[in-house]
Structures are given as structure tokens and as C-alpha cells.
Design a binder for this molecule. Structure first.
Ligand code: SF4
Length: 415
């Protein structure tokens, strides 16, 4: 049997896609050693110019280390760089996103191939990924209809399309029956779930919550404009994790416009305060150093960040991606300035998170993961990390904690 090695670059979605491909292999052996494999499938990422170079460098290094192996390019890079790499004979074959489930047949091809497929397909395999034995990630949709200036994703993953509701619920039923209590919904633009099937995220959540064993549901990320009245009504439900990640990307209106975002600061401000008043922790994504972010915009943006009830942050330093609108914008922000801004916003949110943890220090429901040396880690309903010391085996257990020690980095408890 020929041996196949998978090399995955990029985000969680790509990791899911690798699992889809692995699950479809029939007449091949999965290998853990790239140097002795017959075939290397590179599930690539193309999110920035840097990501493209990493993929190209990996392919060249494999040509040197294992010249006999057939290198197949898959993933987002196949849609942006596949044609060039194929024509230059850097790869034996190229397969697009829609071809993943046919991988067993594709890998049997004896002659070079370029099978890019289309960007409308949705896999029939729903992949789950697990943390320990109790938290499961479920991918519920694919693609994005937004056209943010800095992002290449719609061009390489296509428009938003959802998995079928029944397939998702079936999966959740199966996992809940096997002891999974917490479910995390993921996708490229998770909040757009359902639009193509005349349903909504809120309807899916309600149905999921009725499944026996489902104790807590988290949503990977939402866009401000996706939070409608139907969704707001669910915020008091006991099974909703009391933390939402809502992608703002910026708080200067000029920057939001340059980024072609659909949110504005005024409505974001109202939305965040409304949700926080229901006892929610709130996280966001924030891009620092996008072209056009002058001193004045930054100053205003940070004044606004201070006004928002934010508790968690994913700050990204802008990185150029050719073939996006942002890549042509000027003036660019110097790397050292972007770095300093990244540090500044991180510090602001860190202080807000600390204050939140001091305030919300009671009735914390924590699902613990596997422990080591009597130390267990888990997340509470507000998505704050908790460290628990205990002589008992608490792996995969839910614990209720009160009055923990709140330190700079996390919350600590002894049981
Ligand atoms: S919402 Fe914007 S940043 Fe996110 S995937 Fe869609 S286009 Fe890209």
C-alpha cells in the first residue's frame, strides 16, 4: 500500500479539511513520516503573502528531502497559487476544496492532474474535533459572503453555504450520547449559518439545546450584523455559554469603511452594552496596522475600545495579501508602530479581563480537561481559563467553583 503524508497549514478549518481527506482514504496507508512517504498532500493556507511563502518553501524542501514523492497541492493555496505551481511542475497534482472527498480516487492518478473543482460544494462529511473527552467542535458552514478589503477567503473558499440541519443535529445527538456536554460551532463565517436554507443560527441553537446531554453551547465567532432579535432572545438560556466572540476588527469608522466592513462603531457600541448587561463576557478580533491607520485614527479607536465592555481579544497585526483591495492601499503602517499598537490594545483588554474576572468570581461552571500532576485546566462559562489543583481525578468533569484566587494570568482554585 502506498504511504500518504498530510501536511496542514493554516487555520482550524484547514485542520478539519485534512480530517475529511484522511477519513476518505481507503487504499492508502496514512504515514507520519514525510521523508519516507510516496505521496505528500499539502493542505495549504494562502491568507497572507507570508503564508504563501511558507507553503512554497515546504514544497521545495520536500523536493530535496524526498524527491521520489508525489507532491499534491490542496487547500486554499490551490485556488490562488495552484495553477502557477502546476505549470512550473513544482507539484504533481492540484486538487481544490470540492475534491477532498474524492481523494482516494485522485491519489491513484498516474499522470499529472489539475482538478480545481468549484467553490459551491459543501462536504457531506461533518467533521468533529475533540478536546479531551467532553468538548467537541462542529463545523456547521463553509465560505463567506462578506468582502472585507483585506481578506482573500471568499476568493478561495467561495460564498457562504451551510451544512444540513438534520446532519448537524444527528452528529450532536451521537456525541452527546457518548458523553460530550459542550459544543463549539465553527466555520468560515459561522453566523451566516442557515441563510441559504431559510433557517437561522437561533433555530439551530434551540434544537441543539433540546438534545439530551447538551449542557453548554459556544459559537466560534459572529459578526455584529448577524445578531438579530431572535438570537438576542436566547441570551438568557442556561445552555448558552456566557461569552460571545463578535468580530469588530476596528473601532474607527474610517478604518471600518476602508476595510469594507458592515459594522459601525455606533451600532457596535449599543450592541455590546446590551449583551454585556445580560452578564456576558465579550471577545473580539481586531486588526492593527491596516493601511490608512494614522495616529489620529488610532487614538480615537483606543478611546472607543476603552468604552466597550470587552473582556477577550484576538489582535492581529495586518499582513499584506496580494490580490486584495487592502494590498493596494496607502499609506502603510510601519511594522514597529503596528507592534507597539498591538501591545497597547492587548494591555487595555488584559486589564478589562482582570476586572471582569474579579467581578464574576462566583458560580463558575468549569469543564475540566485532562490533567497532569494533580493540575487541571478548563474554561468557565465566560471563557476564562481556570486552573484547578486536586488530588482527585477530575479529567472531563464539570465543577462548580466559588471565590477563586484571581491572578494576572488566570483564575486558580483548589478542590
Ligand atoms: S467576514 Fe470578512 S474577514 Fe471574515 S472571512 Fe468573510 S471576508 Fe474574510
Amino acid at each position: 500500500m502506498k504511504k500518504v503524508y498530510f501536511k496542514t497549514f493554516g487555520c482550524r478549518t484547514n485542520q478539519f479539511d485534512t480530517q475529511v481527506m484522511m477519513s476518505k482514504l481507503r487504499e492508502f496507508e496514512l504515514s507520519h513520516d514525510e521523508n519516507s512517504s510516496d505521496i505528500i498532500v499539502v493542505n495549504s493556507c494562502t491568507v497572507t503573502n507570508g503564508a504563501d511563502s511558507s507553503v512554497r518553501n515546504y514544497i521545495s524542501s520536500m523536493k530535496r528531502k524526498n524527491p521520489e514523492a508525489k507532491v499534491i497541492l490542496a487547500g486554499c493555496g490551490s485556488h490562488s497559487k495552484g495553477e502557477g505551481l502546476f505549470e512550473d511542475k513544482k507539484v504533481f497534482g492540484v486538487m481544490g476544496h470540492s475534491e477532498k472527498e474524492k481523494i482516494n480516487e485522485i491519489l491513484k492518478l498516474e499522470t499529472p492532474f489539475y482538478q480545481i473543482g468549484d467553490l459551491k460544494h459543501i462536504d457531506s462529511t461533518i467533521v468533529e474535533d475533540f478536546i479531551g473527552k467532553s468538548r467537541a467542535f462542529i463545523k456547521i458552514q463553509e465560505g463567506c459572503n462578506f468582502r472585507c478589503s483585506y481578506c482573500i477567503i471568499p476568493a478561495v473558499r467561495g460564498d457562504a453555504r451551510s451544512h444540513k440541519e438534520e446532519t448537524i443535529l444527528e452528529q450532536v445527538r451521537k456525541l452527546a450520547a457518548n458523553g460530550f456536554g459542550e459544543f463549539i460551532l465553527t466555520g468560515t463565517n459561522v453566523g451566516s449559518y442557515g441563510q441559504d436554507h431559510q433557517t437561522s443560527m437561533a433555530k439551530l441553537l434551540k434544537k441543539m439545546s433540546q438534545i439530551r446531554g447538551v449542557r453548554r453551547i459556544r459559537i466560534g465567532s459572529l459578526e455584529p450584523i448577524q445578531i438579530d432579535d431572535e438570537f438576542m432572545e436566547l441570551l438568557n438560556e442556561p445552555w448558552m455559554a456566557k461569552h460571545l466572540h463578535i468580530a469588530l476588527q476596528h473601532t474607527s469608522d474610517k478604518m471600518l469603511e476602508l476595510m469594507n466592513r458592515r459594522n459601525t462603531y455606533k451600532t457596535d457600541f449599543e450592541l455590546f452594552h446590551k449583551i454585556a448587561s445580560k452578564g456576558y463576557a465579550l471577545g473580539t478580533d481586531y486588526i492593527v496596522g491596516h493601511p490608512g491607520e494614522g495616529e489620529q485614527e488610532w487614538k480615537e479607536a483606543m478611546e472607543r475600545v476603552k468604552e466597550l465592555p470587552l473582556t477577550h481579544l484576538h489582535a492581529f497585526s495586518y499582513s499584506k495579501r496580494d490580490n486584495t483591495v487592502s494590498a493596494t492601499m496607502k499609506p502603510e503602517v510601519r511594522g514597529n508602530i503596528a507592534k507597539e499598537r498591538h501591545r497597547e490594545i492587548t494591555e487595555i483588554i488584559k486589564a478589562k479581563n482582570f476586572a471582569f474576572r474579579r467581578k464574576y468570581n462566583k458560580n463558575l461552571e468549569v469543564l475540566l480537561e485532562n490533567g497532569k500532576d494533580n493540575t487541571y485546566y478548563g474554561f468557565d462559562q465566560y471563557f476564562n481559563k481556570v486552573e484547578v489543583k486536586s488530588q482527585e481525578d477530575l479529567s472531563s468533569n464539570w465543577v462548580l467553583l466559588n471565590n477563586l484566587e484571581v491572578t494576572d494570568d488566570n483564575n486558580k482554585a483548589k478542590l
